[in-house]
Ligand binder design. Sequence first.
Ligand code: PEP
Length: 252
Amino acid sequence: MNLRPIVAGNWKMHKTPTEGASFVETTVNLLLDIQHVSVIFAPPFTGLFDMDVPPPFYSAAQNCHWEEKGAFTGEISVSMIQECGAEFVILGHSERRHVFGESDDWINRKVKAVLAGDLKPILCVGETLDQREAGQTELVLKSQLEQGLASMDSLKEIVIAYEPVWAIGTGVTANNEQVELAHTSVRKILKELYPESYNIHVLYGGSVKPGNAEELIQVPGVNGFLIGGASLDVESFTSITRTVETVQMRTL
Ligand code: PEP
């Protein structure tokens, strides 16, 4: 299996539409020769509108509601995201789960709505430090995947991001062995749930930086990155993308 790697930048609540547009223009111009990596920008909703990027560049929303329309103040539907030209929607990010209290049931509804709208979910899963220290990492991944992906027809268009909560925005990166073990668990669980789910991207996220990208992208089972902090800076983001491109080219 040699999937085309994905490098996705989750901007969280950073960059106004003007700042975002300028960032994307600069970054795309610096990466015009990229051929073996898909690059995703995930701005806040306000920055999504009219973000016109040609493949291999794509845009993603950071969340959505599962209903098509209605009295849901502050929410955004899949068709609104579609009309902005986005291809992906990040779901179940640890900040949505732990800061905003999203449940696996909600996340499952969102995954289904995104697929029904012909967009691709990037479903985030990962354990907290307490759960890891209690030896529950695999149990947590299983529970999040089982519930988040409950009663689906197929996983064909889904991307999974393994993001240990203790490594997000902390500067602490999971070591290679931890990443490999977790990715192996994710694949095993996916296979148990959906036996034909062999070519699913599983990204790693958690303090990915230019200095650790080369090592992490070579960990078996890692098909790219979901990046927070380092995706906000042109130099860091382009450097990580170039590293992934170079490593990928060696395998072709
Ligand atoms: C994230 O928010 O998904 C993330 C991985 O953040 P950071 O790269 O800053 O750890």
